[in-house]
Ligand binder design. Structure first.
Ligand code: CDP
Length: 215
């Protein structure tokens, strides 16, 4: 079984995907975290903006997704990949064809012979066009910024809500207009608007859709 959850920045994909994975005993893969790992590596190596070096770096890329966290060169960087500096650069990195090819390859390998739920931008359109269930999660941009702001403040980050709002709009713009697998709703995806719903409501709505499509 493959469940694809796509949608714009901060629409609640990872929160919901984690809960559904627990409920249905699926393995969860946060594909956004993979693009964030590549971005962090490019930042650490000081090669942002240098396309040739970024493509070369992919040959020796050492990323690992374990149950307890996201690893870059064997170091747990789960916290670091959520920092604003990574969010500010990730959409440019994710627009690079070679980066996407490598990540999609890893995503397909990871999912082999497993029951999985993946969240991202291109899961239902490109990574798994034959997914059993495709959900497109959306929410009002101000609401998305508000949620992300609360998340970051709870982690002790010193951020301004205006900056987060701008970053969300900018990432949506880059992600949906890029040439390589742009963010868009798959033709047969079901759209769920989470704007004025709480987590429990969204989770139940999606569980109902999954049940309905599998009976
Ligand atoms: O959680 P949030 O909505 O902030 O984003 P994310 O899922 O962590 O993804 C970060 C960025 O990675 C996105 O803005 C996209 O540029 C990119 N991404 C992508 O291109 N394709 C995916 N399947 C997942 C993420």
């Amino acid at each position: 079984m493959i469940i694809a959850i796509d949608g714009p920045a901060g629409s609640g994909k990872s929160t919901i995907a984690k809960l559904i994975a627990e409920d249905l005993e699926l393995v969860y893969l946060d594909t956004g975290a993979m693009y964030r790992l590549v971005t962090l590596k490019a930042l650490n190596d000081g090669i942002l903006g240098n396309l040739d070096k970024i493509i070369k770096m992919l040959d020796n890329l050492n990323i690992d997704i374990k149950e307890n966290g996201f690893y870059l060169d064997d170091i747990d960087v789960s916290e670091e990949i959520r920092k604003p500096v990574v969010s500010e650069n990730v959409s440019d990195i994710a627009a690079i064809r070679e980066v996407r090819e490598k990540m999609v390859d890893l995503q397909r390998k990871f999912s082999e012979s497993k029951n999985v739920i993946l969240d991202g931008r291109d899961i239902g359109t490109v990574v798994f066009p034959n997914a059993d269930v495709k959900i497109f999660l959306v929410a009002d941009a101000k609401e998305r910024a508000n949620r992300r702001y609360k998340e970051l403040v709870a982690k002790g980050e010193n951020v301004r809500i205006e900056e987060i709002y701008e970053n969300i709009l900018k990432r949506d713009e880059i992600d949906s207009t890029r040439k390589e697998s742009p963010l868009k709703k798959a033709d047969n995806a079901i759209e769920v608007d989470t704007t004025s719903k709480n987590i429990e409501e969204v989770k139940n709505e999606i569980l109902n859709i999954i049940n309905y499509l599998n009976t």
